[in-house]
Design a protein around this ligand. Structure first.
Ligand SMILES: Nc1ncnc2c1ncn2[C@@H]1O[C@H](COP(=O)(O)OP(=O)(O)OP(=O)(O)O)[C@@H](O)[C@H]1O
Ligand SMILES: [Mg+2]
Length: 259
């Protein structure tokens, strides 16, 4: 197994209610993610998936337990966070949004940033002309690609994605899933993907986890990425895919109906 990029042990978290008491959302959660791995998390609405990502990103502080991010020592920002709503700044052109990294950190020179932009545009099938446009002039699929690239510009080791493809049409979604998986493998990054879509989880994940309504990860499925399985676009339709889908759906149904 590859080296770990994230180790979470006995993580607990709750929000304060109006009486300043804790409403527990995450309880004693353990999770490790290895280099090159895509871990998908499924669970009922409100079970704590986004809360978990916010804890990993450092937007929220654990009440107890530990979150350890293993990264190159010289990297200031080992995590990239891709929200469901893209974070592009509407008053900046696409190019200026992507060059943001050079304003926020000294780690990337302008020359390197331009070279990275060029390569990412190719990876995500975007035309150079897009750079002079403003976010409002782009389609949903383009905006989502640009916000993924914006996050990748910081060269994160671990990428967190919160339902990133849910607002896209089916074919754009399939394409983006494949492009994203290809990139993770090629660049040896890791990702945690929160989704409501079992198909997406099976197609993209090396591992699919189910979170129950107590905010615990209760089931784990290893998805064997055989040659027959191929890219997320090809995986759908294979017999193995249908098998994983059935297995995970029956577990998820049990969790959701226990609410
Ligand atoms: N800032 C907050 N203050 C208090 N409670 C919150 C806050 N944010 C979320 N919650 C509560 O914490 C629980 C988990 O919320 P979270 O957003 O993590 O769920 P989720 O699994 O991401 O749901 P969804 O699938 O609908 O996005 C919910 O009961 C929610 O109401
Ligand atoms: Mg959420």
């Amino acid at each position: 197994m590859n080296s770990p990029v994230l180790n979470i042990s006995k993580l607990s978290f709750g929000y304060n209610n109006r009486l300043a008491e804790k409403t527990w959302v995450i309880r004693e959660l353990n999770l490790s993610v290895s280099k090159g791995e895509i871990v998908c998390i499924l669970g009922a609405s409100g079970c704590g998936k986004s809360t978990l990502l916010n804890l990993i990103e450092g937007l929220l502080q654990p009440i107890s337990g530990e979150i350890q991010i293993v990264s190159n020592a010289d990297r200031k920002r080992p995590i990239g966070y891709i929200f469901q709503q893209d974070p592009l700044l509407p008053w900046r052109t696409v190019e200026s949004n992507l060059m943001l990294v050079t304003d926020l950190s000294q780690e990337t020179s302008k020359i390197d940033a331009r070279e990275n932009i060029k390569q990412y545009l190719e990876t995500f099938n975007l035309n150079q002309e897009i750079l002079q446009k403003y976010p409002s002039q782009l389609s949903g699929g383009m905006r989502q690609r640009v916000s993924i690239i914006q996050s990748l510009m910081f060269n994160p080791d671990l990428i967190l994605l919160d339902e990133p493809f849910s607002a896209l049409d089916f074919f754009t979604k399939l394409k983006l899933e494949s492009e994203f998986c290809h990139l993770i493998t090629q660049k040896e990054k890791s990702a945690i993907l929160v989704t409501h879509d079992i198909e997406e989880a099976v197609a993209m994940g090396n591992r699919v986890l189910i979170m129950n309504t107590d905010g615990a990860l209760i089931k784990s499925f290893e998805i064997e990425k055989s040659v027959e399985f191929g890219s997320p676009e090809n995986a759908r339709g294979t017999a193995k895919f249908a098998e994983y889908y059935r297995l995970i759906w029956s577990e998820l149904k049990a969790v959701i109906s226990n609410e």
